[in-house]
Design a protein around this ligand. Structure first.
Ligand code: AMP
Length: 112
């Protein structure tokens, strides 16, 4: 079972912001900004590269959950970035789909 599958079932502790039957939002252990929350599906899906039509509903829920993260952490008005690293070139290190929700400071573009 992968690291985020274990976090999803509570086998590995995390700082949970909110959850429902299908997804979990929790604080990144190594935050890159004042707010850095990860949103994951509880069911294992490796990355967007493996996503299929059957995953459309959970992908929509994950996207909407980023808005809730921003609202609950107070960064909805100031702005936030959502990142999904997929594969080696993007630097994905945990192979369970996760959306990074990052905010609370100004960010540069393009990313490194
Ligand atoms: P990525 O490099 O896009 O795969 O992002 C993986 C993220 O997971 C990194 O930002 C890590 O800091 C974060 N991470 C790794 N282990 C944990 C953990 N146990 N709890 C919370 N976040 C974690």
């Amino acid at each position: 079972m992968c690291l985020f599958c274990k976090i999803a079932i509570g086998e590995i502790p995390s700082k949970v912001l909110f959850e429902d039957a299908d997804l979990l939002a929790f604080h990144d252990v190594a935050p890159q900004a004042p707010v850095h929350v990860l949103v994951i599906p509880k069911r294992h899906l490796a990355s967007l590269a493996e996503a299929a039509e059957a995953d459309a509903a959970i992908l929509g829920k994950l996207a909407l959950a980023t808005r809730r993260v921003a609202e609950e952490t107070g960064i909805a008005a100031s702005g936030f970035r959502v990142v999904a690293n997929s594969g080696a070139d993007a630097g994905q290190s945990v192979h369970h789909l996760h959306l990074h929700v990052i905010g609370g400071r100004a960010m540069a573009w393009p990313p490194g």
